[in-house]
Design a protein around this ligand. Structure first.
Ligand code: PLP
Length: 397
């Protein structure tokens, strides 16, 4: 990760196919397009990759989460349980629909803590949104059992975990709906793009229509199509899909490189008794997009993180005070800063965010360091990096 590190002829060829006929839109213009349907082709490839019956491409991972929720009928006043450690897109996508994000603690997997999830369920809960952060997964069997028991949906945000698996199934394909991002920094990237996957035909049909102004996509005259319900524009363009198509075909290679680099770094850090790796549930295989480890306490993690920065070990983060990924610095959410009025039920639902006890999440995120695994490193560079990281950790314990 990220796939742009290895852009090359394959991406150029797919892009040129689109530019040669000039049809940048994924729908219509049949006569002009010379048989090129990049978005459709990519959807078909992704059905295989994700072992999923249906794939709907959209314009971003954020759109994917919002479209997934909308397709399952989640909206005003519904509660969606989500983790404290994720990307801001999780609560944005929920808020966009008028639903209420209910934030709960994570555990040593860095994903939703099942006990905290169960405690947060109320009669208004419609979905549990599990976010497979940094290439790995939460305790999926337990979360599936909870979602079954309470008859709520399990939505899987696998935007950061393409290529990871649980008991042989691709992450993203385990819940009722899965979401992916192909933004600029993801393992496969097309600049901006995303996908919703599901085995449920009704959710798929809803996602297909909703992401294109409610168009039913019947026939080949857009102007004559009907709109079974209100939709919006979350379409992907053919240019983006073309790059995505080249990248997805290279995914197995990318994953192999990630794994090799990850294993070298992990083996080096495993020699330090104070380093503890995140929990990966039994039957889980990380995508190896990130190496995550815990240090004894927040103070040590802060020192090590600073030492990494000062010594050129880039792309490693401690998220405790980070405003992308962790509740502590999401002041705009806690203060309900919105350009337009927010409904009373959402204000009430979010009112406790400033005071709710997230000490369990603090315990894990405070001690965690999350290191991106790049695709472009040579083996020698990874070994040098492993050596440097080991020295810096030991020097700061
Ligand atoms: C976990 C998670 N969900 C959703 C998104 C949103 O994806 P996008 O940037 O494509 O909107 C991201 C992006 O980083 C993410 O990490």
């Amino acid at each position: 990760m990220p796939g742009f590190e290895l852009f090359g002829d394959a991406e150029r060829k797919e892009l040129n196919d689109v530019l040669d006929n000039g049809v940048l839109m994924r729908y219509g213009f049949d006569g002009m397009r010379n048989g090129h349907w990049k978005a459709k082709e990519l959807e078909t490839e992704l059905q295989d990759t994700f072992q999923s019956k249906h794939v709907q491409l959209v314009s971003s991972g954020t759109a994917a989460v919002s479209v997934a929720l909308a397709s399952a009928g989640i909206g005003a006043g519904d509660e969606v349980i989500m983790p404290t450690f994720t990307f801001v897109a999780s609560f944005e996508a929920i808020m966009m629909l008028g639903a209420i994000p209910v934030l709960v603690d994570i555990d040593a997997t860095l994903g939703l803590n099942p006990e905290a999830v169960e405690k947060a369920i109320t009669p208004k809960t419609k979905a549990i949104m599990v976010v497979q952060m940094c290439g790995s997964m939460a305790h999926m069997d337990t979360l599936l059992a909870i979602s079954d028991k309470h008859n709520v949906l399990l939505i899987e945000d696998a935007c950061q975990a393409i290529g990871g698996t649980y008991k042989g199934k691709p992450l993203g394909s385990i819940g009722d709906l899965g979401c992916f991002s192909f933004d600029f920094v993801k393992t496969i990237t097309c600049g901006e793009g995303g996908a919703v996957i599901t085995n449920n035909s009704e959710y798929y049909s809803n996602a297909d229509h909703y992401s294109d102004h409610g168009h039913d996509h019947i026939g080949n005259d857009r102007g004559a199509e009907t709109h079974p319900f209100i939709g919006y524009n979350f379409r992907i363009s053919e240019l983006h899909a073309a790059v995505g198509l080249a990248q997805v075909r290279r995914l197995p290679d990318f994953l192999n490189i990630q794994k090799q680099n990850f294993n070298i770094l992990r083996a080096a850090l495993a020699e330090i008794p104070e380093v503890e790796f995140r929990t990966v549930p039994e039957g889980g295989e990380e995508s190896c997009a990130f190496l995550n480890f815990f240090l004894p306490d927040l103070e040590t993690a802060t020192k090590v993180s600073q030492a990494f920065k000062d010594n050129g070990v880039d792309a490693c983060w401690n998220y405790y005070n980070n405003s992308w990924h962790y509740i502590r610095a999401w002041n705009h959410l806690k203060d309900l800063k919105s350009l337009y009025p927010i409904s009373k039920d959402r204000k009430e639902g979010l009112a406790n965010l400033k005071t709710k006890d997230f000490s369990q999440s603090d315990y894990y995120i405070g001690r965690n360091i999350s290191c991106l695994i790049k695709l472009s490193w040579t083996e020698e560079q990874v070994k040098e990096r492993a050596e440097k990281m080991t020295q810096l950790i030991k020097a700061n314990l």
